[in-house]
Design a protein. Structure first.
Length: 319
């Protein structure tokens, strides 16, 4: 099977390293920074400046879009028009209207479309979902999730700190926990939020989702400080708790041994790769081989996450 990787910056490089370790996968790369791309692939894959040319020449089975968020919809629609299935980095797109356009193209061209919501595949979160689904600790009482880092000043042409291109911390970073919350629990009955737009390289969002009998708090933040990336949670249930902190998961204070695959190489930015990246890619490849829709990350579910972020920003108290 052949993949056309569009964009080999920070996250594209993580995906590229995943593909290199997969048997039976050929890779072609497209990036307007051709010299940089050639240096990264080191002869392992052909490099194109134009993704349209790459698709027409290489004829990949699917493309993997790892470009800035505002480019996702146009590239996904064009790739499907040219005959490719599409795996696209999160967020699905820069707005719900653009995300809907991607779904419309999927229906029009009969292709598979999946957003790479990696948290759904990461071992600590897969485990948390299993505890919730099994009811082994009773019903949820309160869940706190946070995702914090230094402001992403490393992005190409500083696109991540341009809200018109990235959507800011709410759509680029906090969307991970927003997506996981709605993936597990569905739409909240109501929500509240506070938000500070990018100011002196600091941008954060605090959200509370209300469900029947419990709530979920999510915090996403970029700070103008040298804070190492961290993504943690504390989930309290009627009969205990599960916590993910400092790279360990505990249940009622006892460490949980998780089945974790080989980690991807470091992204070269501010977080380490994790087994979830390879798992999400393998899942999508398996969907293509079997000709089935990616139900674990259905396009409509990814659209819902974008809509939830829009609702958060629309209702948030500005700080």
């Amino acid at each position: 099977m052949k993949v056309g990787l569009i964009g080999i910056g920070g996250m594209g490089n993580v995906h590229f390293n995943c593909y290199k370790k997969m048997a039976g996968i050929e890779v072609a790369v497209a990036d307007i920074r051709v010299d940089m791309a050639k240096e990264k692939v080191a002869g392992y894959a052909p490099v194109y400046e134009s993704y349209e040319e790459m698709i027409k020449v290489e004829k990949p089975d699917f493309v993997d879009i790892c470009t800035p968020s505002y480019m996702h919809a146009d590239m996904a629609v064009k790739a499907m028009e040219l005959g490719c299935h599409v795996l696209c980095e999160k967020p699905m797109s820069i707005s719900s209207d653009e995300a809907q356009r991607m779904i419309d193209a999927k229906e029009k061209y009969g292709k598979l479309l999946m957003t790479a919501h990696v948290v759904r595949f990461m071992a600590p979160y897969v485990y948390l979902k299993s505890v919730i689904d099994s009811g082994e600790l009773g019903k949820p009482v309160h869940i706190i999730m946070h995702r914090l880092s230094e402001a992403p000043k490393w992005s190409w042409e500083n696109w991540m700190l341009d809200t018109d291109k990235s959507g800011g911390v709410a759509l680029d970073l906090s969307v991970h926990d927003v997506d996981f919350t709605q993936y597990v629990f569905g739409q909240p009955k109501s929500l509240e939020a506070s938000y500070q737009d990018i100011k002196d390289n600091t941008n954060y969002v605090c959200s509370t989702f209300f469900y029947d009998g419990f709530s979920v708090n999510t915090v996403g933040a970029w700070y103008n400080a040298s804070i190492p990336f961290r993504a943690e949670y504390l989930a309290v249930f009627e009969n205990g708790y599960v916590e993910s902190k400092g790279g360990k998961v505990t249940k009622n204070g006892a460490e949980v041994s998780l089945e974790v695959g080989e980690a991807s190489e470091n992204t070269g930015i501010n977080l380490s790769g994790a087994d979830g990246y390879s798992d999400e890619i393998r899942y999508f490849i398996d969907c293509i081989k079997c000709g089935r829709e990616p139900a674990r990350v259905a396009p409509e579910s990814s659209l819902t996450s974008v809509k939830l972020v829009e609702e958060i920003l629309g209702k948030a108290v500005r700080i």
